[in-house]
Ligand binder design. Sequence first.
Ligand code: FAD
Ligand code: UDP
Length: 359
Amino acid sequence: MILVVGAGFSGGVIARELADAGNQVHVIDRRPHVAGNAFDEIDSHGVLVHRYGPHIFHTNADRIVQWLSRFTEWRPYEHRVRSVVDGRMYPFPINRDTINLLYGLDLDEAGAEAFLERVREPRDSVRTSEDVVLNSVGRDLYEKFFLNYTRKQWGLDPSELKAGVAARIPVRANSDDRYFTDVFQAMPMHGYTRMFENMLDHPHIRVEVGVDFAEVKHERFSHVFYTGPIDAYYDHCFGPLPYRSLRFEHEHLPHVTQYQPVGTVNFPNDHAYTRITEFKHLTGQEHPGTSIVREYPQADGEPYYPIPRAENEALFKRYEALAQAEPDVTFVGRLAQYRYYNMDQVVGAALAAARRFLG
Ligand code: FAD
Ligand code: UDP
């Protein structure tokens, strides 16, 4: 019997691959549901919401789409975001229209490119998230759109975070206002939870939710795939590995058919929350009311994000060295590998881990 700890993307994909290859798999999750952070549910007002914040599936990897498509149909969806600065909504990521609207200009694409070239603060070495943004858009746009959002989201200055965090956000001189540009962008037609139920529906898979690893770790398993926080597995023996948490404040607005013009609105400089997402944009659901969620970053609570900084990665490496010395346990996923993975990347990592195991 193989044990899979965690029923999120990493655990779900591994369990299915191993079961398809003829193995008996026991999946546990300490939370009372499958799907990990991608869990969605119909709220008490009948609207499909994501309990742990907005999840939009996007990828350039066709084999990952093919693999997941065994368990769901898809609804095409291109996510759009606006950012509120000084009380006005701007397209975000920054594009030509953001610049024109903000500065009262009428630049074409070449003009926007020249503008960015003029305002950027070139950096020889781009190491931090501050470097990334100053190097591409300069100080004014950095202070209006990035500085305070990042401080709020991470409790850190952009100069304290690795370049990869802010590098997730592109800068465009054209008018493309999509948040992602991947070739495949879609939502599971009947939700993530349904997709996971289909993935885990296999005669060789037994799922138990509401069970912590601590409750079963004395039992004998031929192999363990662990997808929770790696420091917790080792009882924080080198000290806690920092993860960033969020508090999600869900709200239903009856008789409001549309609350905001796009799926997500960011608030870099106002409020204690970073963003508001209105789920009907993502899911295409029709309903006389609407449901939204606000995300309040916090240090303590359920771990959601690894915090990409050199000292954290050094601490992770110490835990990873312990993990590598353990032939019967495989650590996979955003929390176990301490990587700021998107869902498609987690699927890729989980498929690779399962295939390595199966030889
Ligand atoms: P998780 O989903 O965290 O699953 C790990 C599971 O292990 C959890 O369910 C946990 O309960 C369980 N577990 C942990 N410890 C134990 C234990 N001791 N015993 C039993 N069970 C345990 N990605 C995108 O591609 N697009 C998006 O739009 C997007 N939006 C996001 C928005 C937010 C707010 C957040 C936080 C993440 C977002 N992501 C997005 C990232 C996405 O959530 C992750 O890539 C993915 O869910 C990671 O899957 P995982 O299986 O590695 O981890
Ligand atoms: N970011 C920002 N302003 C924004 C949106 C993002 O400064 O309006 C920065 C911030 O540091 C954030 C990072 O870019 O953590 C990545 O943003 P993304 O939307 O990808 O974060 P996620 O959806 O993973 O929370």
